[in-house]
Write a protein that binds this ligand. Structure first.
Ligand code: A3P
Ligand code: MG
Length: 256
């Protein structure tokens, strides 16, 4: 890993984000919506990232929804795990801003670098050492924990977990947006279960971990990337000081 890998991840996420904003504005103005808008955004961002990685990181493999079956990645030293458009549903619901671009670099079993761009919010979070942010303090008075969950497919146990912890659930789109909501202090934890792929969580987890957040599966085991089957159905990203309480509460849930 070099600082260049951090910078490349950020640069690519930003470029794809700019492309997505332009495609969304153009097509929305033409009345394109729903599935057509999702597909157009996904294709434009995927094409940009694939071409940019081929040019800027020609020796590296890529894992994405489009490239999941290219098994060259299983023996590769370095693999870029990308989600060109995360929160596809929200991207198509103009003017929602809870969608993201994910770019992560995996090397020899570890996530080494990553960036999560939130283009409609004009912000990108990365692992570049010079850009690491301090976690905002929890609001005064010890208010209920805020658990970010999927707005369309929350974990089956989300309500019970909320009751058990005296926590509120905060629905949002995009795994990247939810993980970054812990970093920006608008939630305390992101909990997901029921289905996801490695590209949905790799960059958010790389960025969260670089900032000292807790990251794991809901059963507390480690998240593992670049496996032959990229199905990675659940995860937890949370402030370090709430990890023990959250993992203890999760241990009492029916995790399915
Ligand atoms: N049960 C499930 N099965 C498969 N993918 C899921 C899922 N729940 C969430 N995801 C994926 O995880 C990402 C974040 O979801 P959500 O916004 O609901 O939290 C989305 O990625 P994409 O937008 O890249 O498809 C979504 O498709
Ligand atoms: Mg995704």
């Amino acid at each position: 890993m070099t600082t260049d890998d951090h910078q490349l991840a950020r640069e690519l996420a930003d470029l794809a984000g700019e492309r997505l904003l332009a495609v969304r504005a153009d097509l929305h103005a033409q009345g394109v919506e729903g599935r057509d808008l999702k597909d157009a955004g996904d294709a434009a961002s995927q094409e940009l990232l694939a071409a940019a990685l081929a040019e800027r990181a020609p020796g590296d493999a890529v894992l994405s929804e489009e490239a999941a079956d290219d098994h060259a990645r299983l023996t590769a030293e370095r693999v870029w795990i990308i989600d060109p458009l995360d929160g596809t549903r929200e991207f198509s619901e103009v003017p929602r801003d809870d969608w993201a671009v994910h770019v992560a670099l995996w090397q020899a079993g570890e996530l080494l670098a990553g960036a999560v761009a939130l283009p409609a919010r004009g912000v990108t979070y990365g692992t570049d050492p010079s850009s690491l942010l301090d976690l905002p303090a929890r609001p005064a008075g010890d208010p209920p924990l805020r658990l970010a969950v999927s707005r369309s497919r929350p974990p089956a146990f989300a309500e019970e977990l909320g009751r058990t912890m005296g926590a509120t659930t905060v629905p949002m789109g995009s795994a990247g947006v939810k993980a970054m909501s812990v970093l920006d202090g608008s939630s305390d934890a992101y909990v997901h279960a029921g289905g996801q792929y490695e590209w949905d969580s790799a960059a958010p987890v790389a960025v969260a971990a670089a900032h000292g957040l807790h990251t794991s599966r809901v059963d507390g085991s480690a998240l593992v990337y670049n496996r032959e089957n990229p199905w990675s159905p659940d995860l937890v990203v949370c402030r370090p000081e709430v990890a023990a309480e959250l993992m203890a509460a999760l241990a009492t849930m029916d995790l399915g």
